[in-house]
Design a protein around this ligand. Structure first.
Ligand code: N01
Length: 548
């Protein structure tokens, strides 16, 4: 048998030669494939799941929904697609978003270039050939000039860091990879660990089914009523007539939360420069609107702790109004980090759920979970017997999915090694030493602090144009200059430090994963300014990049 591992790729007949590999068939990967094919390149997506949709393929837990309005959380690249698809609710639920992803895959005939049920194991740069060798768990070995990591920001579930999980004999469910078949909790004693967005969306629905639900809360989160509603025919048509304007508003906005049919204004004032009465009116207006619109309220809310506290206390007041038992209400009120510095949640009946007789809240901040047992789990000396446990414990955000692949750049340096003190990127799209490897909505880009579909679209467009440039100029590769990358990383950190986002132990700063370096992961300078910077880089001849 020849030793194929050690043969140069170009001479190895078992290695298929293509132009581009895209990893992941979520919204970024699908559109990337579409653009690459439009350019006449031979491209393939490798996808671990059996279907398209990424986040929306895996996160099928009860109550899973998008907390960005459907009309905004959709592709903008095809006016025909916009016109033919009708969202049924203000906030689409997971099945409808997955149906949309499937519709896109069919409409643009993408499936023929997607290999499902295939996990990429490694992508290794060949210095001599200037190509990436990609290997998979199905034995594929493919050589590609370009490699696009469309692996998602919240796709690598966090390890469960509580002892004794294997000892537990009951049913275990993970919101991040929920079973495809229906899960029934009727008559069961259920425990939920985790009160971030996934926990907050699933808890009210599980409570309606379970005999008893026990929520184990370490840190309470701020959650705003989503106020979801059906979209009637007339509204849907009026939205369709306004799409062009809607998209312009979205792209020109720092966080893209601009409202659906009716624009939701951004408030340019300081929260501390207005009277308490005006502040309450503003906060009540956004409370009644529902959803995430506190992110576009007073401009100093996320920079000034005193300003932030005015909103935090307003929302705590709402929690106290909703929850009957004052002790439970106090436990549900976040007090030790700024409002919104942990990702804000939008809910349907979350706080109200704690008024049910079959729901109890256990504070695991003051007494942490000690371990799992055969029948449930122990908090201090008390054992909770549970028939099923739901883990809504979050993700190794923004870097976890990349580190799950053995990525080696020039000279065999691994990405993990290069990023051991935190991610290093230029614009969040590329990293020096990894030529022709692109990351969609990577660390150092607005990513999770913007709308993931539109943010990915902007990245895919930039990447596709960059690849077109390389092909037209008959170049071999492009990568960031080390100095430009360092300058960008410093800028990302400096901007992050001016905000309150760095003041919470959140996944935004990697604090949810033990041992992960604490660095601000998304770029907080605003999507509008970020796009301007991306465009300027191109206008100035790919400033800050080096080509070969
Ligand atoms: O995860 P999270 P998520 N013992 O990290 C707790 C997006 N998303 O899956 O805060 C006990 O927010 C942890 O406690 P603490 C959205 O961007 C969007 O809910 O670390 N508890 C926390 O309460 C979101 O932010 C939608 O103290 C433990 C929870 O588990 C992101 O995904 C819907 C623990 C994890 O919360 C992640 O949300 C859903 C332990 N050992 C998600 N480990 C939309 O609507 C963790 N926890 C679009």
């Amino acid at each position: 048998m020849p030793d194929i591992q050690n043969q140069p790729m170009s001479k190895d007949k078992s290695v298929e030669q293509i132009d581009a590999v895209v990893i992941g068939a979520g919204f970024a990967g699908l559109y990337m494939l579409h653009r690459l094919r439009e350019m006449g390149l031979k491209a393939r997506i490798y996808e671990a799941g059996t279907g398209v949709g990424g986040t929306w393929y895996w996160n099928r837990y009860p109550g899973a929904a998008c907390d960005v309005e459907s009309v905004l959380y959709s592709y903008s690249f095809s006016p025909e697609l916009e016109q033919e698809w009708t969202w049924s609710e203000r906030y689409a639920k997971q099945p409808e978003i997955l149906e949309y992803a499937n519709h896109v895959a069919d409409r643009f005939d993408l499936r023929k270039d997607i290999q499902f049920s295939t996990r990429v194991l490694s992508t290794i740069f060949d210095d001599a050939e200037h190509r990436w060798l990609v290997t998979t768990d199905r034995g594929d070995r493919v050589s590609a000039k370009y490699c696009v990591m469309a692996t998602g920001c919240l796709s690598a579930p966090k390890d469960i860091d509580i002892p004794g999980l294997d000892a537990y004999q009951g049913k275990k469910y993970f919101t991040a990879y929920w079973p495809r078949e229906e899960v029934k909790f009727d008559g069961l004693r259920v425990g939920v660990i985790g009160t971030g967005s996934s926990g907050i969306q699933s808890i009210p629905i599980i409570a309606e089914q379970a005999a008893h639900l026990t929520v184990f809360q370490r840190t309470p989160n701020f959650s705003i009523p989503a106020r979801n509603e059906r979209v009637d025919k007339d509204t849907a048509e009026r939205v369709k007539a306004k799409y062009a304007e809607l998209r312009r508003r979205q792209y020109d906005h720092y966080i893209g939360l601009v409202g659906g049919l009716e624009p939701v204004p951004t408030n340019p004032k300081s929260a501390l420069a207005v009277t308490p009465e005006e502040r309450i009116r503003e906060y009540q207006y956004r409370w009644d609107l529902g959803g995430l619109y506190y992110y576009t309220s007073y401009m100093d809310l996320y920079r000034d702790r005193e300003a932030n506290e005015t909103l935090a206390e307003f929302v705590r007041g709402k929690i106290r109004e909703k929850v009957n038992d004052p002790e439970v209400a106090e436990l549900l009120c976040p007090k030790d980090y700024p409002f919104g510095a942990k990702r804000l949640c939008a809910d349907t009946n979350y706080y109200e759920t704690y008024n049910r007789d079959n729901v109890s809240l256990v504070d695991i901040k003051s007494t942490p979970i000690d371990s799992f047992t055969a029948k449930g789990l122990k908090v201090g000396s008390k054992e909770y017997e549970l028939d099923a446990i739901v883990f809504a414990t979050g993700f190794d955000a923004m870097t976890g999915a990349l580190f799950n692949i053995d990525i080696q750049g020039k000279g065999g340096i691994s990405l993990k090694e290069k990023w051991s003190a935190g991610p290093y990127t230029y614009l969040g799209i590329m990293t020096a030493g990894f030529p022709n490897m692109f990351i969609t909505t990577g660390p150092g880009s607005p990513s999770v602090l913007y709308n993931m579909i539109i943010g990915n679209e902007q990245h895919v467009n930039w990447i596709a144009d960059c690849i077109a440039h390389i092909e037209t100029e008959q170049l071999r590769s492009i990568e960031p200059q080390i100095e430009a990358e360092k300058k960008w990383v410093d800028h990302v950190n400096e901007v992050g430090e001016t905000t309150l986002f760095v003041k919470a132990n959140s996944w935004y700063v990697g604090a949810n994963v033990p041992g992960k370096p604490r660095v601000i992961l998304p770029y907080l300078g605003g999507f509008d300014l970020y796009c301007k910077k991306c465009n300027e880089v191109v206008e100035n001849g790919y400033e800050g990049f080096v080509t070969a």
